[in-house]
Ligand binder design. Sequence first.
Ligand SMILES: [Zn+2]
Ligand SMILES: [Zn+2]
Length: 326
Amino acid sequence: MDDRTRLTDALIQAAAFPRKEFRHVIIKIPSAEHADVLPSIATPFSRTPDMELGSLDRLPLELWYETLFYLDMRSLFMFRQTNRRSRQIVDSLKEYQLVISHGLEVLCALLRTELAVHVSLFEFYTSLCTKHCALCGHFAGFIFIPTWTRCCSKCIEIAPETHLQTVASVRRRLNLTPEEIAQLNPFTTLLGVYSLPKPAILRPIMVVSIHQAIMMCNRRPRARPRIQPARSERDRKYSFAGSCVLPYYHKQTGRVEFGVACSGCELARYEDREINADNVFEFSTRGRLFSENGFLQHFIQCKHAQVVWGLSSKTNDEWNLRHVRG
Ligand SMILES: [Zn+2]
Ligand SMILES: [Zn+2]
């Protein structure tokens, strides 16, 4: 570990924390269920395969990998269950092992909502290795599964692209046909608690992306006025019911990041300071998650984080700050 990595780790330990409250209002699969399932979906049988895959076995291994990499997750899952040989081939894919290791909850949610047919192993792996939110560019520790969008918590909460509504209300509001609704990949939410600040149990209900529905309407060939997104208060529980934690996997280092929040910004919030126009920087960063490198950049600018760091250790001084600035 080099000096910069050591210093980054020390800074994060002293002046940052893993913000976890958002994880409790989105899709959660109990870890006990994972523990039981993981060995069966990540490791091949110890016995040598005694069955082959027929004429498919004549394909070169490179072609196998290429095909499986672009297969949707449900088909890949089903193919793996064919026999010991197929299980051995799928398990030998490095990308499969990584998404199973770090995105098991997401895979579970995809299979249970039947959205797995819309996401390939390639897309899953690419999102796992993507650090930034596709909508705002900040660190993304989540995935919005109906449209398979790498997201941060803020965009899940407020961005129009993650706005879900019930199929019944979208059909009524936009006058969509059943065929048009089917093209929008509707899915049934999983039973769970999906709301902030008050917990609310959401029973299974079919929902769809209102953003995609409006785009579809605006592409209709027949002339009609363009539809604008409604200004009414969105029901956030539907967006939460379409979202999962998905950490960032760094290909070069193998480090896995869930994102950290700034303790300094959090403390400033609790000090009940007035947020005014001159304080835009602080306002925009509160509640945000940072990657490890992102937090380092934030720390250089955040006087609150520097105060926390200063309080945490008498030995941290200008020498350390000079090293952070590089
Ligand atoms: Zn975002
Ligand atoms: Zn800060």
